[in-house]
Design a protein around this ligand. Structure first.
Ligand code: AMP
Length: 277
């Protein structure tokens, strides 16, 4: 496995690889969720490239950029056994050199949910993903269902800008108690870690109601809110029952639907979702 930092080295190594190239984009501090994307890419591609880059432009001014967990050595030791060909670990200066002034923005689909709480987030995400796609030129890219809106926004960007890359969305990997794996779970300690299962429990309650025949979207949102309110440590930011593709809030559930939520536990912000239908 080769690890490179500079763009020239990335390009040269990429050009030496034949066949179907799969890309997994990460911000590092890897866990089983990331590894599942790499394994899927390995199954479907001739070569796998992993990027590790904590992208500053997707963090808001008061967010956790400087505190975001990092451990490159550990990340490389987790990836090595999976048969990854190339790891690209660029610096912020390589991605955003002095004088940088080009941005990619997707419109309506970035505004609700995460966009309503983090207004500059998706502009940073779409810009860095477009840059990574251009630099690596993968045939396939792998994203996690955990970040459902991100996946929907990337699908939209790829359609709108004719990127020649196939987007694959892989299931959310969870801890035994249902908590969706996330690099930010590291911040959860003691009682907050225990309370963090409230997201999974709220989503599960709404899913059972749906499976019992409930199709009123507001009733499903209320169900999720009620469960979240039963955990005094949890501060709800939003709950949503929306169309899977457009992310518009629904009145009546029909077709593929996204149940999603964001919750603060102390200073740690958690998101999670289930897909219905
Ligand atoms: P991140 O490093 O948090 O930017 O995530 C990199 C990729 O891993 C994104 O496509 C995420 O959606 C995906 N990912 C993060 N957590 C999980 C998880 N628990 N299960 C599956 N994929 C995940």
């Amino acid at each position: 496995m080769k690890t490179v930092i500079g763009l020239d080295k990335l390009r040269a190594t990429r050009l030496s690889l034949d066949g179907i190239i799969g890309l997994v984009l990460t911000m590092g501090f890897l866990h089983e969720g990331h590894l599942s994307l790499i394994q899927r890419a390995k199954e479907e591609c001739n070569h796998v490239i992993v990027s590790i880059f904590v992208n500053p432009t997707q963090f808001g001014v008061n967010e956790d950029l400087s505190k975001y967990p990092r451990d490159l050595e550990r990340d490389l030791s987790l990836i090595e056994p999976l048969g990854v060909d190339l790891v690209w670990n660029p610096t912020p200066e390589i991605m955003y050199p002095t004088g940088y002034q080009t941005w990619v923005e997707v419109e309506a689909i970035t505004r609700p949910l995460e966009g309503s709480m983090r207004p500059t987030h998706f502009k940073g995400v779409t810009t860095v993903v477009a840059k990574l796609f251009n630099a690596v030129q993968p045939h396939k890219a792998y994203f996690g269902q955990k970040d459902a809106q991100q996946a929907a926004v990337i699908r939209q960007m790829v359609r709108d800008l004719n990127f020649p890359v196939e987007i694959n969305v892989c299931p959310t990997v969870r801890e035994a108690d249902g908590l969706a794996m996330s690099s930010r779970n590291k911040y959860l300690e003691g009682d907050n870690r225990k309370a963090a299962t409230i997201l999974f429990r709220a989503l599960s309650a709404a899913k059972s109601a749906y499976e019992s025949g409930e199709r009123d979207a507001e009733a499903l949102r209320v169900k999720m809110k009620e469960v979240l309110e039963s955990e005094s440590r949890a501060q709800m930011q939003y709950v949503s029952c929306a169309d899977y593709d457009t992310l518009e809030e629904l009145d009546v559930v029909k077709g593929k639907t996204l149940l999603s939520m964001a919750v603060l536990l102390g200073k740690t912000r958690l998101i999670d979702n289930f897909v219905l239908g």
